[in-house]
Design a protein around this ligand. Sequence first.
Ligand code: NAP
Length: 220
Amino acid sequence: MPTVLITGANRGLGLEFARQYAADGWTVIATARNPDAATELKATGAEVHPFESADPASLDALQATLGDRAIDVLIANAGMMGPQQFDRDGWAETLLTNAIAPTELALRLKDNVLASQQRKMIALSSVMGSITGNDSGGLTAYRSSKAALNAAWRSLSIDWKDSGLTLAMVHPGWVQTDMGGPSAQIDATTSVAGLRKVIAGLVPGDSGAFVDYQGNRLDW
Ligand SMILES: NC(=O)c1ccc[n+]([C@@H]2O[C@H](COP(=O)([O-])OP(=O)(O)OC[C@H]3O[C@@H](n4cnc5c(N)ncnc54)[C@H](OP(=O)(O)O)[C@@H]3O)[C@@H](O)[C@H]2O)c1
């Protein structure tokens, strides 16, 4: 069975990805900042490794743990909302967590994904990162971090065009998680079921796409 690696899998969408892939018999490598507290994640049967994406030493440790294991689908899911109002340090932390860290993860684990059959890398982006689609303003830290993520991963998809890798930036919908809040439109089960279908259908010619959980292409 294939192997999936999911970051930030102790709650929210990451936990639901782990549940659904494990239920389908995949090998699930999941990360959490505090594995000891990741009780629900461990109950899925996933392997759980520590990973704090803002800390380069933590990425070194994760890479060493993985060695040359093949990863069919890498899901860079960990993310944060960041400050609502202008805050220099908070904005920088949001850019690091949501854009720089997932890009470094892709660069560092490229060979692991290349060693697999499916060779897919997925970044949890957001429609909030769409500049064309922004007609409501606000949330400058979060929006700019997801726009930066899209720009960076789009570049990776072009740089790696002939490698056999397929990269996609996905919008999960507005989902009932700690981040999405209780008034969000859909639950995590629906979002992740849709995203898994989209991911399963990706082919190398799709690399660099920005797409939602229903398979709709999104404006940048
Ligand atoms: N929910 C939505 O409506 C929605 C919409 C569009 C996009 N997204 C994106 O989907 C992804 C998952 O969102 P979610 O709703 O599941 O969020 P969530 O419930 O807030 O969960 C976020 C996850 O990311 C982890 N995380 C945050 N900062 C981290 C860091 N520096 N290092 C390692 N892990 C970190 C958290 O770990 P801790 O538990 O340790 O904090 C947690 O596991 C995010 O990238 C988000 O931007 C969500």
